[in-house]
Design a binder for this molecule. Structure first.
Ligand SMILES: C[S@@+](CC[C@H](N)C(=O)[O-])C[C@H]1O[C@@H](n2cnc3c(N)ncnc32)[C@H](O)[C@@H]1O
Length: 266
């Protein structure tokens, strides 16, 4: 198993998810809504709120064919399929997360609109010009070869398609607190600056429509309303408190920045 797969491993994930759903007082066999699961399956800074904001910024519409890159448990894919009536393909590197996503797609009644593909964002099993929107939240930090990543995203987008993303940028200071939610140690964390990200995207054929640093807004935002205790990222992320605490401290000290953008493929 690669180090990154080990970082995102979650043994018996299906049993853990089912236990957490029951522990929250929900019946997994009575169709769950994506909102019921929001605190469990949006594994990125800002959670469900950030996903809703990015949908608005990207102007995602009914009928859009969407690709969710590094989809994790597929929380965003289910939000897009249910709230925007999109059809979504997901590419995800962790086999455990793929298994969790397939389960949750079934329990929410969305399996016919979402397809999980286990694989790498650097070599996607889709023909050129397949998607209206490529969506990626808190994934780029794991991928060292950004030019290859952006070229692959540009390849699978239709001409004029949008790439909507959020991720952490690095701003010169070392990211010295580990583990982080996306990496156990520095070997799997590849942060570039916001300026470098934009210039690499431009060099890959994208034009910026939105690019913003939301670090302060995130740090100042009120905590999300308490979710049922059992339905949290901690169901499948080990040492969540320590990882989230290190990310917040790095953000507060300006070692990392939270950015998001919508870029159009030329
Ligand atoms: C922090 S999680 C975010 C998951 C999801 N985007 C979300 O917001 O809930 C990062 C995800 O990126 C996936 N990932 C990392 N590198 C990848 C790659 N090269 N190809 C596909 N997925 C990758 C990981 O397996 C993990 O599920």
């Amino acid at each position: 198993m690669t180090r990154l797969k080990a970082h995102y491993a979650a043994r018996d994930i299906e049993a853990r998810i089912l236990e957490a759903i029951r522990g929250a007082g929900l019946n997994p066999e009575q169709q769950l809504s994506p909102d019921d699961l929001g605190a469990l399956d949006h594994f990125h800074t800002g959670g469900l709120r950030a996903s809703r904001e990015l949908i608005g910024l990207a102007g995602i519409q009914a009928g859009d064919q969407v690709l969710d890159i590094g989809a994790g448990l597929g929380g965003c894919a289910r939000l897009l399929a249910s709230s925007q009536d999109c059809r979504v393909d997901c590419i995800e590197y962790s086999p455990d997360y793929c298994a969790g996503a397939v389960l949750l797609n079934r329990l929410t009644g969305l399996a016919d609109r979402i397809e999980m593909h286990e694989g790498s964002a650097l070599d996607m099993p889709f023909p050129a010009d397949s998607f209206d929107v490529a969506w990626m939240q808190n994934v780029g930090m794991n991928i060292e070869d950004k030019p290859a990543l952006y070229a692959e995203i540009h390849r699978v987008l239709k001409p004029g398609g949008r790439f909507a993303f959020q991720e952490m940028a690095g701003e010169g200071l070392p990211t010295s607190y580990f583990p982080l939610p996306w990496a156990t140690d520095p070997g799997d964390s590849f942060l570039i600056s916001a300026d470098e990200m934009q210039s690499l995207l431009r060099a890959s054929g994208f034009t910026a429509e939105v690019f913003e640093d939301t670090s302060e807004a995130h740090l100042n935002s009120a905590a999300a309303p308490a979710a049922p205790q059992s339905l949290t990222l901690g169901v499948f992320v080990d040492n969540l408190g320590e990882k989230a605490g290190n990310a917040r401290r790095s953000l507060e000290e300006g070692r990392i920045r939270l950015v998001r953008g919508v870029f159009r493929a030329g």
